[in-house]
Design a protein around this ligand. Structure first.
Ligand code: TYM
Length: 359
């Protein structure tokens, strides 16, 4: 069965971009079609200046919203990254495979590091190495498919490169994953600045629809969306990014096609109105379930506890195999220790034997 893994960072309130680009597919398709794991990746929330209490609060909220968006613990595994040690354990090994140049080429690193520098803040090493931790998240589970929005495609590509390199150097250990992107709304843009991604850490929030925004707030934000000059409603991502963004949001919410929808509207106002209502309707059931789940926090905690247990069981053998393959001496109590005590010659053969015993 296909293994799916994806994650979401508790660095801010979840947005319509997160929902249309990733979460919605996890609930509607992935959890039904694959052996799927979804993770609140809290370690990733420590790479920039952060408030510990806020990270805790947002982690709980993200897990609650994932359940509210339709993830079913009977069908998939939902857990918090820091509850499973294997992520950090594997990340270090992958740091020994990744290169400094590779890390510095990551678009998100360049953007975020520049932002931190502009604010006079120092850049944390973890911001640079964060894609390696993300690769560890993915590779620890033998993941085939990683359903993400477009902004994460480069990071998944790195995970692929690291898997291939590790396998070539130390023997086959990791499944090589691939990113899967949605057909529409792979990159939902900020409503005020349609050339910029709609992100959770946006300061003003005016151009960002949050999943828990009240219907009237959603309407206001969509009606005030910046559109391009011109009158005709056309779908052109390059020349008319504001309009294209609204058409994509509407298409994603109604199951339509942005190009076809552009022919339906004669005015920007009518398009905005329908888009606002479509977003309100998509968010309504999520908000209702969120309200119910908040009334019973024990339920969410139970799901996360069971999820972490299941996740550990899956990740442990692969991460152990990677430790052996790369040349680390197993502790005496580990299975395979006796075999692992082989000679220095024929490392490839030794590795193969140890891998087999560890499974
Ligand atoms: P994060 O938390 O920024 O976003 C979670 C998911 O939402 C998608 N997304 C969007 N899709 C379309 N339009 C947008 N405006 C938009 N904003 C966000 C993201 O592409 C993502 O799929 N590094 C990851 C979290 C992560 C992860 C992983 C993902 C850590 N480890 C392992 C997959 C596998 C991140 O920051 O996502």
């Amino acid at each position: 069965m296909t293994r799916v893994f994806s994650g979401i960072q508790p660095t801010g309130h979840l947005t319509l971009g997160n929902y249309l680009g990733a979460m919605r597919r996890w609930a509607a398709a992935d959890q039904h079609q694959a052996d799927a794991l979804f993770c609140v990746v809290d370690l990733h929330a420590l790479t920039m200046d952060h408030d510990p209490a806020r990270v805790r609060r947002l982690s709980r909220q993200a897990a609650t919203l994932l359940l509210a968006s339709g993830l079913d613990p009977e069908l998939c595994t939902l857990f918090v990254q820091s509850h499973v040690d294997e992520h950090a354990r594997l990340s270090y090994l992958l740091e020994c495979v990744a290169t400094d140049g590779e890390m510095r080429r990551m678009i998100q690193y360049k953007e975020k590091a520049a932002k931190e520098a502009a604010r006079g803040r120092s850049v944390r090493v973890s911001l640079l190495t964060y894609p390696v931790l993300m690769a560890a998240d993915i590779l620890a589970y033998g993941t085939d498919d990683v359903p993400v929005g477009e902004d994460q495609a480069q990071h998944v590509e790195l995970a692929r490169d690291l898997a291939v390199r590790f396998n070539q150097r130390y023997g086959h250990t990791f499944t090589v994953p691939r990113a899967t992107l949605p057909q529409v709304a792979a990159r939902v843009m900020n409503l005020q600045e349609p050339t910029r991604k709609m992100g959770k850490s946006d300061e003003s929030g005016l151009g960002v629809v949050y999943l828990l925004d009240e219907p009237d707030v959603v309407r206001k934000k969509v009606m005030r969306a910046v559109t391009d000059s011109g009158r005709e409603v056309v779908y052109d991502r390059e020349e008319r990014p504001g309009l294209a963004n609204l058409l994509e949001i509407l298409a994603a919410c109604t199951g339509g096609n942005p190009e076809a929808l552009s022919g339906v509207y004669e005015s920007y106002g009518a398009l905005k109105k329908d888009t606002a209502e479509a977003v309100v309707e998509v968010l309504r059931p999520v908000q209702e379930r969120h309200r119910d789940l908040c009334a019973d926090p024990g339920q969410v905690e139970g799901v996360l506890r069971d999820g972490a247990e299941k996740a550990r069981t899956i990740a442990r053998p692969t991460v152990d195999a990677a430790y052996r393959a790369i040349g680390l001496l197993p502790a005496a109590s580990d299975t395979g220790a006796a075999v692992g005590a082989g000679t220095e010659t024929g490392a490839g053969t030794d590795t193969a034997v140890v891998l087999n015993t560890a499974r």
